[in-house]
Ligand binder design. Structure first.
Ligand code: BMA
Length: 297
């Protein structure tokens, strides 16, 4: 369903930079004022994650900044800042980055805000007292409140907030399906920013199975109550097949944190085997047709 770009992998580690010498992978991508802006997870040989920034005119060829835009700076981040997902809040003219902080204190979902995509102001970790990740902010308020996916293992959850700091009204959105084909039987988590369509929120999510193979698929959620799953096809749309998706730091992983809509296409940026960044695309209409399907939810 998704077509790999011929230039893949489109971002690779740089052995000359200690902070991104080993792996560059899960990334956010937003289109803004005619340019593509990427925030990517980078690991040096110490395995500590930083968030790097790259800029592109075409979304395929990237210019990296020399230094990370976000690096561990607090006790809850000592082992890294990971898996950025950036949402543009159009009404506010600012960007919100959801990232995971990793330390001996746990795995914590954090938020930071920016007006220029380079300097980020931390809002802190927003779900204290629990290991949680895979969070991403919706691009607009729902019923007057900010909405955010997060992941209480093994499922995708949603929570709401008035100020981006205090989150409440937690509800399950989708759970793994042990009785299905097995591809999403273990854990599932959100991908990039949900795409608003007249039929509902189109979401691309990841899952892994008993063999720890990560795959991607889609679902359609109600616009005003995203816990109402309108469609969730049984099958997946993307799985590791290329050498650099099968062999890397963690084998058999395609993991996406970005699915911007570019013209009439959805561009899915994904980490390949936790080592490089790949790009695969599909027409939005094709993804909707697949998602509508006839499969039961
Ligand atoms: C998840 C996250 C991702 C990673 C994936 C596969 O738990 O840590 O960053 O890509 O595992 O290793």
């Amino acid at each position: 369903m998704l077509k790999r770009h011929p230039a893949n992998p489109i971002l690779r580690p740089d052995p000359l930079k200690p902070w991104e010498a080993l792996n560059v992978f899960n990334c956010a991508v937003v289109q803004h004022q005619g340019l593509f802006h990427m925030h990517y997870r980078a690991q040096g040989v110490d395995y500590v994650s930083h968030i790097g920034y790259a800029l592109s005119q075409d979304g395929v060829h990237w210019n990296k900044l020399e230094s990370p835009v976000l690096s561990p700076a607090h006790d809850y981040e000592t082992r890294g800042v990971e898996d950025p997902r950036v949402t543009y809040l159009i009404e506010e003219g600012r960007f919100v980055m959801a990232y995971t902080a990793y330390s001996p204190l746990g795995i914590m979902p954090c938020l930071a805000v920016s007006e220029n995509l380079i300097t980020w102001q931390r809002l802190g970790c927003v779900l204290p007292g629990e290991d949680n990740k895979d969070h991403v902010l919706f691009p607009r308020k729902i019923r007057g409140r900010y909405a955010m996916f997060h992941r209480r293992p093994p499922s995708i959850w949603i929570a709401y907030s008035d100020d981006l700091i205090h989150w409440s009204d937690h509800q399950v959105v989708m759970e793994p399906r042990p009785q299905g084909q097995g591809w999403d039987e273990k854990r599932i988590g959100g991908g990039g920013v949900p795409i608003e369509t007249p039929e509902g929120w189109l979401v691309i999510y990841h899952a892994y199975d008993r063999n720890h193979v990560y795959r991607l698929s889609t679902a359609l959620l109600d616009l005003e109550d995203p816990t109402r799953v309108i469609r969730r096809p049984e099958g997946f749309i993307f799985e590791p097949t290329e050498t650099w998706e099968i062999k890397g730091d963690v084998p058999n992983v395609v993991f996406s944190c970005a699915n911007p809509v570019v013209g009439d296409e959805v561009w899915v940026y994904y980490g390949g085997a936790d080592r490089v960044v790949g790009l695969a695309t599909a027409k939005l209409e094709e993804l909707l047709t697949f998602t509508r399907g006839r499969a039961p939810i």
